[in-house]
Write a protein that binds this ligand. Sequence first.
Ligand SMILES: *Cc1c(COP(=O)(O)O)cnc(C)c1O
Length: 254
Amino acid sequence: MSARDAVGAGEADPGRGSRRRERIRANLAELRERVDAACAAAGRSPDDVTIIAVTKTFPASDVRILAELGVADVGENRDQEAAPKAAECADLGLSWHFVGQLQTNKARSVARYAHMVHSLDRPRLAAALGARARTEGREVGCLVQIDLDPASEAGALGPRGGADPRDALAVADAVAAEEGLALAGVMAVAPRGGDPEEAFARLNAVAAEVRDRYPRAKAVSAGMSADLEAAVARGATHLRVGTALLDDRGPNVG
Ligand SMILES: *Cc1c(COP(=O)(O)O)cnc(C)c1O
C-alpha cells in the first residue's frame, strides 16, 4: 500500500505531527515578537510578562509540542477537558492555569492539578477551593476575577463571570483567609466591543488596590490573542493566549 493509500484508509499521517510542530513554533516566534514589541513600547521587560498557552479544545499532543518549545504555562477553561489533559501531561512539569468559570462542585477536581485559578470571583468559591486544596495537601494560587463590563452594573450580567470591582477586596480577603490558597493578584477579560486599553486601565486600578492590602498579590492576568498589546500597556503580567498560538478553534467554542 502506498503512503497515499494509507492516509486515505484513515491511518496516521506521519507528516502531520512535524507540520503541527512547525506551525506552533512559527506562531510562538511571532507571538514572542509581538510581546517583545509591546513591552518595548511600554518600557517594560519581557521577563515580567508570562505567556500562558490556552490549550482548550486542542489535544494533549499540542501541549507536548508547546512544552518542547519552552512554554511552561498552559491554561484551560473546562474541568472536564482539563483534568484528563493535565493527567496525560503530568510528566511535562507544566504549570496549569484554570481560566474558565468555576462551579464549586468542580473545586475538588481543579484543586488536584491547578497551580493557579484565574477565575476566583466569590467568597463561597474561595471556601470550597481552600477546603479541597487542604485535603489534597496542595497550595493553589488564586487571582480575583474582575468583571469589567459596565453593562453588568445594569444587571445584564455577561456569561464570563467575575466580581464587581467594588467587591474585589472582599473576595481577596476571602482568598487570603484560606489556608491552601495563595492570593496572587487579579484577572479580567476585556468586555466585547469596548476599548480594551480603557478596560485594562480600570483593572490596573483594582490591582493596585488589592496590592495595597496584599503586597505579594502582584499578578495581573489580562490580554488574549486580540488585545495583548493593550494589556501589556496597562501592566499585565500574564497573557492568556490561545488562537495566536494554536490557530482557530472553529465556531461556537471558547
Ligand atoms: C479562550 C480563552 C483565552 C484565549 O483566547 P484567545 O482569543 O484564543 O487568545 C483567554 N482567556 C480566557 C478566559 C479564555 O477562555
